[in-house]
Write a protein that binds this ligand. Structure first.
Ligand code: DGL
Length: 288
């Protein structure tokens, strides 16, 4: 789902940090779906991605741990010199976005929850939303708050679908196992009288866009499926345009990929998420 006013112009700017990269942080590899959308939307920008693979998953951890991990990972990226930080992890966005904004101000910090909520409200006719997310995101009710802040009459149900994370990591994004898992999670949530059924299904986790087809087959043709990756990329484009911070350099943009563990697994699984081939030597292992 994209904005109805169309994408803003990519404004190359006078901003002093215009030629710095955009930092993208996730608990692991799933945030590469956001990096992919960002590279499609802003192909002239350099990017640096950090996946905290050593401590994945964040989705089942306490808020205190997620806050600490998110601060450490973001500090590592910010120290590389950024013009904006994208928190591509829904769990970290739900738990730590306020802390990260306060910590790194005036650096723009863009999370995935607000753009996702905005897109869901725009796309839904009946304002009946079903948010699929990790346990920590659901516990925090971050999407419910972000959606009802924009649409006070909205009805929001939130469903923790942790098994989807494992399926995406394993590459089991289609076939009988994925179909059974989707049915187990979604059949009840999509039931009830027709006018009470969700007409918007929000993919509130980095990994879930990979299961979009099986989710579509399970929920049927009616509900709109909202993927926050593209809307987040759109938000980043808007922020850079507003700041006049579009890249000015004529040198080709660069992509750096950092992880806290497992270059081989990152390359093998990550290429599916990024939609580009990766080899272990493309990944720099860092210690936070
Ligand atoms: N990146 C997480 C999210 O979007 C999913 C994986 C995890 O639990 O760390 O919520």
């Amino acid at each position: 789902v994209t904005g109805d006013s169309g994408p803003p112009a990519d404004v190359a700017g006078e901003h002093p940090d215009a030629d710095r990269p955009i930092g993208v942080f996730d608990s692991g590899i799933g945030g590469l779906t956001v990096l992919r959308a960002l590279r499609e939307r802003l192909p002239g920008e350099s990017t640096i991605y950090l996946g905290d693979t050593a401590r994945l998953p964040y989705g089942t951890k306490s808020a205190a741990s997620v806050l600490r991990y998110a601060a450490q990972a973001s500090t590592h990226l910010v120290t590389c010199g950024l013009k904006a930080l994208v928190v591509a992890c829904n769990t970290a966005s739900a738990v730590a976005i306020d802390d990260l904004r306060a910590r790194f101000a005036p650096l723009p910090v863009i999370g995935v929850v607000e753009p996702g909520a905005e897109a869901a409200v725009r796309a839904s006719r009946r304002q009946r939303h079903l948010v699929l997310a990790t346990e920590s995101t659901v516990k925090r009710h971050a999407y419910a708050r972000a959606i009802t802040a924009r649409s006070p009459e909205a009805h929001v149900s939130e469903l923790s679908c942790s098994v989807f994370v494992a399926l995406a990591e394993e590459g089991w994004t289609e076939g009988p196992v994925a179909e059974r898992a989707a049915a187990a999670y979604l059949d009840r949530a999509m039931g009830g009288p027709p006018d009470e059924r969700p007409d918007s299904v929000v993919l509130g986790c980095t990994h879930f866009p990979l299961l979009a087809e099986v989710i579509r087959a399970t929920v049927g043709p009616e509900p709109v499926i909202v993927d926050s990756a593209r809307t987040t990329a759109e938000s980043v484009a808007r922020v850079l345009a507003t700041l006049g911070a579009g890249r000015t350099s004529n040198a080709p943009p660069t992509l750096r990929l950092l992880a806290t563990d497992g270059a081989e697994r990152f390359a093998a699984v990550g290429s599916r998420f990024l939609g580009e081939p990766l080899s272990p030597s493309d990944i720099e292992i860092v210690d936070l």
